[in-house]
Design a protein around this ligand. Sequence first.
Ligand code: IDP
Ligand code: MG
Length: 137
Amino acid sequence: MVEQSLVFIKPDGVRRNLIAEVVGRFERRGFGFKKLELRTLSPNEVDAHYQEHVGKDFYPRLRDFILSGPVLLMVLEGDRAIDVIRTMVGPTDALDALPGTIRGDLALSKGENIIHASDSVASAEREIENFFGALVA
Ligand code: IDP
Ligand code: MG
């Protein structure tokens, strides 16, 4: 089943010059790039994207972090993209992430953990519409 996932490299990954490292993993795995865009998100985009976390104790820090610099937005397409990419990314807390995963190889933090990836087809559709205004063909 071909799916699309909304993925972005967070500002820590961009600042640490990890764009090629992360993008290269998705290229080599075989995903198609439907979108690839470097830009700083707006506060409204961030609040909509993280709507399930607004109001949690860590949200103000998360919001400031995501707004602290440009992110590299991607829409990736491929077979079972949602689950395959979540497996490549690893668990939220990078200290729990196995070597071989993006977080397990590149991060040491639960907050600054390099990358976002959609967790379901419904989330991917909502996230793609939030950042790009419409679904991507
Ligand atoms: P996910 O990115 O693995 O899907 P979520 O639980 O959806 O993880 O949380 C979204 C983002 O919020 C995380 O990637 C991380 O940057 C941040 N975050 C989540 N939980 C915590 C926490 O307990 N402390 C600090 N930051 C957190
Ligand atoms: Mg999540």
